[in-house]
Design a protein around this ligand. Sequence first.
Ligand SMILES: Cc1ncc(COP(=O)(O)O)c(C=O)c1O
Length: 366
Amino acid sequence: MKNLTEMDKVENYTPGLSIEEIQKRYSLDKVYKLASNENPLPPPEELVNILQSKIHTIHRYPAYMRPVVKAVSAYYQVETQHTLLGNGSSEFIDKLMQAYGSPRVSVLVSEKSFPLYTICAQSHRLNIYRASMKEGLKVHIQKMLSLLDRHKDIRLVFISNPNNPTGSYITHSELETLLFETKGKSVQIVLDEAYWGYVRAKDFPDSVSLMQKYPHLILLRSMSKVMGLAGLRAGVMLAHPTVVETVKKVLCPFNVNIISVEAILYCVSNRSFQEYLFHSKELVWNSLDYFYSELQKMNLPFYPSQGNFLLFSIGKPSAFSYLLKRGLILRSLNEPGLEHYLRMSVGLEQENKKAIELIREFITQT
Ligand SMILES: Cc1ncc(COP(=O)(O)O)c(C=O)c1O
């Protein structure tokens, strides 16, 4: 039985507000949600048809894992023993803490990063160290290394790369420095590459090859973002076979549902899905360029992003509720130092235009 007072201390994950909720609250006909870093493109018809045809099999447990693991491994160019499928990549954040955590174990994260790392660490009663960021709201590898040096109880390091919510990234050589310095030191480096599919930076880590070279590097790849499977909850862990076997022990049986299994298989093995991926990236790259130029015109500071979202400053904390009442849901951030910032996800072209129109309205009217 869990100690209630300890569980009371665990923060809840706050999902983005829903369109229906805001529509009802402010009696609005149309609400734009650019708050949860989702893919705004609906799935291809072909995938919808495949999934519909599988619906009559839901009385069975999923029993198709081996071919899917094989297809996913081929897609990421790794051997099958490196691959594990999850109920969203979030499942691995939690399960890695469960598998490697104990009362004497600490977790290291960067400040201004994905809140789920803290929530999962708290729920497994793990101590957390936070490395401050460097200029440009970038993850500070040297700060992380000095914390690792000082605190020998750190067994897990979580890095969101690209980083949610700042959009910044660590380079291949920064990652390799971290891996080289921590080699053989019983610490696992978890690189959460949820937004990997959108990256344009040329010096972004070739993490799969580093994972083959450094067995303490664990990669998480969400299928919720560029692949557009957020509602199905699908994610992948790529890691050394001993890590895969350890995490398997704490996964619930049949953790990926029968419909998700089909969707994953389609995304990694159907050539026509390449077109969807192409459009997903194109939309994000064009939209980010549009946001950069419009925010510049309004003199609003922002951080360039490698994800499908953008962190920008609007100067006043009242902006979030103003925009909400006008039918635009963005993400406000609970992080110290980011009170005047909002995170805006990329939407469809007309949604992006509407968002910029409402932001302009806010800064001219207030
Ligand atoms: C950095 C990061 N990691 C993981 C996730 C969770 O992804 P999934 O939907 O695969 O659980 C998110 C979701 O927004 C994220 O931003």
